[in-house]
Design a protein around this ligand. Structure first.
Ligand code: THU
Length: 136
């Protein structure tokens, strides 16, 4: 069970990571912070390209970085979109990748620059995912 202050701290790290986003085309920075089972936090950002379709979202970059570091088990994910006031949820592709590596009950917190934050889970964001169903 992740404490609220731990999620808040994870969100702060996502917000700090967003400063490093490479988003010259959309000007929409995204930062993500992933709490691994070993207590370490891996962060990542969106990285755009002038060939727009090559852009990779912050959430997927973060998960791929963590996997490359040998992490395979994750406790929580926070996502910051400081260029929107309201929270912006992860895209469908990122939800699918989350479903590959994170259990359905894993908390996912996301928020923009305003006060509103959404406390969700991987299972809520990607319902009826076959991997989750098989794990039951
Ligand atoms: N973006 C993310 O990093 N994560 C999402 O889940 C949604 C979209 C990025 C992609 C692009 O660089 C910018 O936000 C605008 O779509």
């Amino acid at each position: 069970m992740i404490e609220k202050n731990q999620m808040d701290s994870l969100f702060t790290q996502a917000r700090q990571a967003a400063e490093k986003a490479y988003a010259p085309y959309s000007k929409f920075r995204v930062g993500a912070a992933l709490l691994c089972e070993d207590g370490t936090v891996v962060t990542g950002v969106n990285v755009e390209n002038r060939s727009f379709g090559l852009t990779v979202c912050a959430e997927r970059n973060t998960l791929c970085t963590a996997i490359a570091q040998g992490k395979l088990s994750f406790l929580a994910l926070a996502i910051s979109t400081p260029d929107s006031i309201e929270p912006v949820g992860p895209c469908g592709a990122c939800r699918q990748v989350m479903g590959e590596f994170m259990a359905a009950d894993t908390p996912v917190l996301f928020g923009g620059s305003g006060q509103n934050r959404v406390n969700s889970t991987v299972g809520e964001l990607l319902p009826l995912d076959s991997l989750h169903e098989l794990k039951k």
